[in-house]
Write a protein that binds this ligand. Structure first.
Ligand code: GCO
Length: 442
């Protein structure tokens, strides 16, 4: 199969369903000499943190090639482009705007506007300025206020060029992977840190929502959360309990405070020293109303009970993508319907979905039928959720092009466009043509 096939009457084939492609600053830009260092620069410079020993200094050289990249985006016929702003590029050490960095993004936003492509702007996709990390990073409550100041200045500078602002992308990853498991920057390890960092990130989200609501009332302002739905390894009650606990720990922890103004009940079961420092009024700030929820989905996880750790994730069954994640589209539908039942949500946008595959470029073409199959199944999973009453307004493919895949370096390819990192030549994959075809059918 080389096409995506949705049922003929699907609302996902109507012209007001938004399709887009997504990227993130550190993963594509390069141009590292034209900005302050961020925690990912430092992490990449630390031995054995990145699978191929690479870094983000050049990446896809989007810093130089942004104009042709926007032409590429336009060639898909998409309605929207989701990009992120590099905080250390636009704010200097004393907290003022760095005009050179701002101008880089103004160029992008103006070009998108001229082409009638909606800009979905993420303010934080993990590239914390290193000087803030030196001051405690997300373990320091002050960082949330620095984020609010940045959101204030940048939303004024961008004016009416933006369609949607995302405060944070996947605070779970920043908090858990960065400050608990330590496999992402800044690489801090310990259960006493993860939830503290998470709380300051969520506080930063709420504080930024306040200024976005004031400065930019006409944009869609919200947050992007990632979900890896948790399934029990068996029907045994202890495995079910383990999966529910893991779900609260990894998933509900980030959505419940935003939409219900409270943390999951497991909060009180965590050892005191693992609990966040919650001040009076924090949850009211965190639960500031949002205009939308961005949902990122890639895979599910299966848990069994574990006496010491409560839950233990078992190896994902086949089929899997090249990054080892199980392909299980049914979890996508189940996630969306369950979020819709559990919370009173604003409209949902699928802000990321996609797959790493072992792409081969042969005679100048990438025939990634496995990725086409992944997308086809997951687009249909979204369709099924809409059929069951979930209000979903758009879908973004992750990613526009192959890029720096964090701890995996350049070894894992998520693009619908292939990037040759030696020459920076971009080649649209078969999945890219299938996406273009779907969009043009509307
Ligand atoms: C994510 C990140 C992306 C990753 C993608 C694949 O938000 O997790 O936005 O940066 O590249 O998820 O791991």
């Amino acid at each position: 199969m080389s096409k995506f096939l949705l049922p003929e009457n699907s609302v996902m084939l109507s012209s007001d369903f938004i399709y887009g492609v997504a990227t993130a600053s550190f993963q594509i830009e390069g141009g590292a000499n034209n900005r302050l260092p961020c925690i990912w620069d430092t992490f990449c410079d630390t031995p054995n943190k990145i699978a191929d020993g690479s870094n983000g200094k050049i990446a896809c050289d989007h810093y130089t090639l942004w104009q042709q990249d926007i032409e590429l985006i336009e060639s898909f016929g998409v309605d929207a482009y989701r990009l992120s702003i590099s905080w250390p590029r636009v704010i200097n050490k004393s907290g003022e705007l760095n005009q050179e960095g701002v101008n880089f993004y103004l160029g992008i936003l103006d070009k998108l506007k001229a082409k009638n492509i909606k800009a979905f702007v993420t303010l934080y996709h993990w590239d914390l300025p290193q000087h803030l990390e030196d001051n405690g990073g997300w373990l320091n409550r002050e960082t949330a206020y620095r984020f609010q100041e940045y959101a204030d200045l940048i939303s004024q500078a961008f004016g009416d060029r933006v369609y949607s602002y995302v405060t944070l992308n996947e605070p779970f990853c920043s908090a858990y992977l960065g400050y608990e498991a330590g496999i992402h920057a800044p690489g801090i390890v310990g259960k006493e840190y993860g939830k503290k960092a998470a709380h300051h990130l969520l506080l930063a989200h709420g504080l930024a929502m306040q200024v976005l609501t004031k400065n930019s009332p006409d944009t869609l302002n919200g947050i992007v959360l990632n979900f890896t739905p948790c399934y029990p390894a068996s029907n045994k009650s202890e495995d079910k309990f383990a999966a529910e606990f893991a779900d609260d720990y990894f998933n509900q922890w980030y959505i419940k405070p935003v939409f219900d103004g409270q943390y999951p009940e497991i909060l009180s079961q965590l050892p005191k020293e693992h609990q966040p420092d919650i001040l009076e009024g924090d949850l009211a700030i965190i639960s500031h109303p949002t205009d939308f929820l961005g949902v990122n989905f890639y895979t599910r996880a299966i848990y069994r009970a574990d006496e010491q750790e409560i839950f233990f994730q078992i190896d994902p069954p086949e089929p899997r993508t090249d990054i080892g994640w199980e392909i299980y589209p049914q979890a996508f539908t189940e996630l969306l319907t369950s979020l819709n039942e559990t919370y009173t949500l604003p409209p949902i946008y699928i802000t990321e979905n996609g797959a790493a595959m072992d792409d081969k470029i042969i005679d100048g073409a990438v025939n990634d039928l496995d990725r086409i199959d992944y997308y086809n199944k997951h687009l249909n999973a979204v369709h099924n959720a809409i059929e069951q009453g979930v209000n979903i307004k758009g879908y973004f493919a992750w990613s526009l092009m192959d890029n720096f895949e964090w701890a995996e370096g350049y070894l894992k390819r998520f693009g619908i466009v292939y990037v040759d990192y030696e020459t920076q030549v971009r080649t649209i994959k078969a999945s890219g043509y299938a996406y273009k075809n779907l969009i043009s059918q509307r």
